[in-house]
Ligand binder design. Structure first.
Ligand code: NAD
Ligand code: LMR
Length: 325
C-alpha cells in the first residue's frame, strides 16, 4: 500500500537556507529515501512569488518522493496537517536594532506561528527552529502552542555540533567519523559551550588529546564564533551548512541516534532551569529526544555551561517582560 506523504512545512522558504534545504527534503534526505513528502512553503506576501519560483524548480526536478507543493503566506494553511515544521524565516538584526527590538520583531513571527501550529498541525508535529535567536524563538512558539507536547519544540545547535566535529578532526588529523560523543551546551550564540571533555576519539577523551590552550583559546571561540566568521567571509549568514544541519537534526530525531546535540526543553538536568530550550547531549529513541544523563561536569565545563544558560535565562526574562510569552 502506498505510504501517506509526510507534510513538511518550511518557513522563510524563499530565503537562502530555504533554497539549500527544499531540494534535499524533496529528494528524501530529511526523512528517508522511502518516505514520500509534501512540501508547504510559507513566506511573507512580498516573497511569495520568489517561493513560487522555487516551487517551479522543485517540480522540474521530478523528484519521485515529492507528492505535492503548496506556497502560501497564511500560517494556518501552511501548518494545516503538518508533521514536520522547519521554522527558518526570522527577522534579522538590522543596523542600530537593540536586542529588545529584535526579540519583539521575532515575537511577532514566532508567536503567531506557534499558535497556527497549535491550531492546525498534525498530532505528531515536530518543530525545529532555525531562525535566530533560535532557542528563544522556539520558546516563544512553544508557549503559543499549549496543546502540543512541549518537547516537540526544538532549536538547532546541530550546525555548531558539526562545526565542532570538523575543527577537532582537522586538529587531530582524523576523519570526523572517528569522533564520538561531541556535545554543544546552551544557546546557539557566541556563549555556547562546545565540550571536549566527553567527546571521544578512538576511545580516548578528546580533551586529553589536545593542549589546554588550544582547547580554550582556539577551539571553543572558533566554534562559537564560526557563524560570525562565515558572515564576514560570505557577506551573508551560513546557508547550505545550516540547511545540512537541519536535515541532520530532523533525520536523527525521526530515525534515532545514540548521541548528538540539540536544543530541547530542559527537564532540569545538569542544573539547566526547567523549560529553557537549551542544547544538551541527546539521544533519540522511538522518535523522542532524551538528554544523556550521568555525565560528570568539571569546574571548567560548569563555568561555561552556567554562562550560556544565564544568557538563555536573560533572553527568557526579556521576552517575558515584553509580554511575548
Ligand atoms: P534569508 O534572509 O535569506 O531568508 C529569510 C526568509 O524568511 C526571507 O525569504 C523572508 O522573506 C522570510 N520570512 C521573514 N519573515 C517571515 C515570516 N513571518 N513567515 C515566513 N517567512 C518569513 O535568511 P537565511 O539565510 O535563510 O536565514 C534564516 C534564519 O536562519 C536567520 O535568522 C539566520 O540568522 C538563521 N540561521 C540560523 C542558524 C542556526 O544554526 N540556528 C544558522 C544559520 C542561519
Ligand atoms: C550561524 O551560526 O551561522 C548563524 O546563526 C549566524 C547568524 O547570525 O545568522
Amino acid at each position: 500500500m502506498a505510504q501517506t506523504p509526510v507534510k513538511v512545512t518550511v518557513t522563510g522558504a524563499a530565503g537562502q537556507i530555504g533554497y539549500a534545504l527544499l531540494f534535499r527534503i524533496a529528494s528524501g534526505q530529511l526523512l528517508g529515501a522511502d518516505v514520500p513528502v509534501t512540501l508547504s512553503l510559507l513566506e511573507i506576501p512580498q516573497a511569495v512569488k520568489a517561493a513560487e519560483g522555487t516551487a517551479m524548480e522543485l517540480d522540474d526536478c521530478a523528484f519521485p518522493l515529492l507528492s505535492g507543493i503548496e506556497v502560501t503566506d497564511d500560517p494556518n494553511v501552511a501548518f494545516n496537517g503538518a508533521n514536520v515544521a522547519l521554522l527558518v524565516g526570522a527577522r534579522p538584526r538590522s543596523k542600530g536594532m537593540e536586542r529588545g527590538d529584535l526579540l519583539q520583531a521575532n515575537g511577532g513571527i514566532f508567536g503567531p506561528q506557534g499558535k497556527a501550529i497549535n491550531d492546525n498541525a498534525a498530532d505528531d508535529i515536530r518543530v525545529l527552529v532555525v531562525g535566530n535567536p533560535a532557542n528563544t524563538n522556539a520558546l516563544i512558539a512553544q508557549q503559543h502552542a499549549p496543546d502540543v507536547p512541549a518537547e516537540r519544540f526544538t532549536a538547532m545547535t546541530r550546525l555548531d555540533h558539526n562545526r565542532a566535529l570538523s575543527q577537532l578532526a582537522a586538529k587531530l588529523q582524523v576523519p570526523v567519523t572517528e569522533i564520538k560523543k561531541m556535545t554543544i551546551w546552551g544557546n546557539h550564540s557566541a556563549t555556547q559551550y562546545p565540550d571536549l571533555f566527553h567527546a571521544e576519539v578512538g576511545g580516548k577523551i578528546a580533551a586529553e588529546l589536545v593542549d589546554e590552550t588550544w582547547l580554550r583559546d582556539t577551539f571553543i571561540p572558533t566554534v562559537a564564533k564560526r557563524g560570525a566568521a562565515i558572515i564576514e567571509a560570505r557577506g551573508a549568514s551560513s546557508a547550505a551548512s545550516a540547511a545540512n544541519a537541519a536535515i541532520d537534526h530532523v533525520f536523527d530525531w525521526v530515525n534515532g541516534t545514540a548521541w548528538t546535540s540539540a536544543a530541547i526543553p530542559s527537564d532540569g538536568s545538569y542544573g539547566v532551569p526547567e523549560g529553557l530550550i537549551s542544547s544538551f547531549p541527546v539521544a533519540s529513541r522511538d522518535g523522542k529526544w532524551e538528554i544523556i544523563q550521568g555525565l560528570e561536569i568539571d569546574a571548567f565545563s560548569r563555568e561555561r555551561i552556567d554562562a550560556t544558560v544565564r544568557e538563555l535565562e536573560e533572553e527568557r526574562s526579556a521576552v517575558r517582560e515584553l509580554g511575548l510569552i
